[in-house]
Design a binder for this molecule. Structure first.
Ligand code: TRP
Length: 330
């Protein structure tokens, strides 16, 4: 058997996952599981960088996130699923890397600059927040990952990771490969208000939503705003509900909706109801799996613990190489 290429990615546990996370990341990860040696982890220490004042939800979000992952098709048999804080070696490598990372590399990081502006209500002037990409670099290179499947917003972080890996290799001898970002195709999904689906906009449909939640959120969705009355012909090409139909309804229904929207044969209320049914049907197997795991917390804990054990073995080996390279062996 030829060795599969190793990839790694992670998410911060900041809340339940929604359709945007599913189509933007999780579904891609699930698809990659057969082709790659996958490491997927929950970055709970990274969640601290912006919510260090109130840490009360992090643990709950970790448990919810693993449920979302499992229900969306990440498999503990195929992939190594783990939690960052269960593998303390990340912290030791972070320390080594922090010693060799020039501060200006971090200060000019566009994600850093963006977040400082966006989250002006929080005090982000901490050492840990500035060092976020150094911890992320440790997460990635500790497994000698070759690829990092991420969205465009994370590309600067992977770039800094490459620079840090290169600098380490230059100073102490080659230990790390330089990882490539694997851009996940950005399959944009909009919230009911037509803004990007996001927890912070309060416009998201969650994987854990009940059919009732879904129906009520769908009923609020904005349609073709030029279509004031049911008798007015509509334009599905500019309608977010129609985009959802294309994603979740079967092709015959999509054609039917398209035609009847244009000739005012169907009203928006009815059209949304039909879409809600398609969406609920799409989410049903995910919901079922979620319930299955939710009712079995020991099994889920076991998945996290054994995944983290597997990850730790790899991380420990890398740390032995790192300590030898730096000549601080204990
Ligand atoms: N910064 C990533 C995010 O906010 C989460 C993350 C932490 C990550 N460590 C990582 C992603 C390592 C990829 C690889 O989404």
């Amino acid at each position: 058997m030829t060795e599969k290429k190793r990839i790694l990615s992670g998410m911060r546990p900041t809340g339940p996952l929604h359709l945007g996370n599913l189509h933007g990341a999780l579904a891609n990860w699930a698809e990659m599981q057969d082709e790659y040696d996958c490491f997927f982890f929950i970055a709970d220490w990274h969640a601290l960088t912006s919510s260090y004042e109130d840490t009360s939800s992090i643990n709950t979000y970790v448990r919810e996130m693993i449920l979302d992952w499992l229900s969306a098709g990440l498999s503990p048999e195929k992939s190594t699923l783990f939690v960052q804080s269960y593998v303390k070696e990340h912290a030791e490598l972070f320390l080594f890397l922090s010693m060799i990372t020039p501060v200006p590399w971090l200060e000019r990081n566009p994600t850093y600059k963006d977040q400082i502006v966006q989250m002006e209500n929080r005090d982000l002037s901490t050492f840990g927040f500035l060092g976020y990409p150094v911890l992320q670099a440790a997460d990635i290179i500790i497994y000698k990952a070759h690829g990092v499947p991420v969205g465009v917003d994370q590309v600067p972080h992977v770039e800094i990771t490459r620079e840090i890996a290169r600098r380490f290799n230059y100073l102490y001898g080659k230990v790390f490969p330089e990882p490539d970002a694997i851009l996940t195709k950005d399959s944009k999904i909009l919230g009911w208000d037509r803004r990007k689906m996001s927890k912070s906009y309060d416009n998201a449909i969650y994987l854990s939503d009940s059919p009732d939640d879904i129906a009520s959120k769908v009923s609020k969705m904005v349609t073709d705003e030029n279509r004031k009355r049911k008798n007015d012909p509509g334009n599905p090409d500019i309608c977010n509900v129609f985009d959802f139909h294309k994603r979740y309804s079967d092709p015959a229904l999509v054609d039917d909706i398209s035609e009847n929207c244009r000739n005012a044969g169907i009203g928006c209320v009815e059209c949304k109801k039909k879409m809600g049914v398609s969406l609920a049907a799409f989410l049903e197997p995910i919901r079922e799996k979620r319930m299955y795991y939710k009712e079995r917390p020991e099994m889920v804990e076991d998945i996290i613990v054994s995944g983290s054990d597997r990850a730790r073995k790899v991380a420990q080996q890398t740390l032995r190489e790192v300590r030898a390279a730096v000549k601080i062996t204990a």
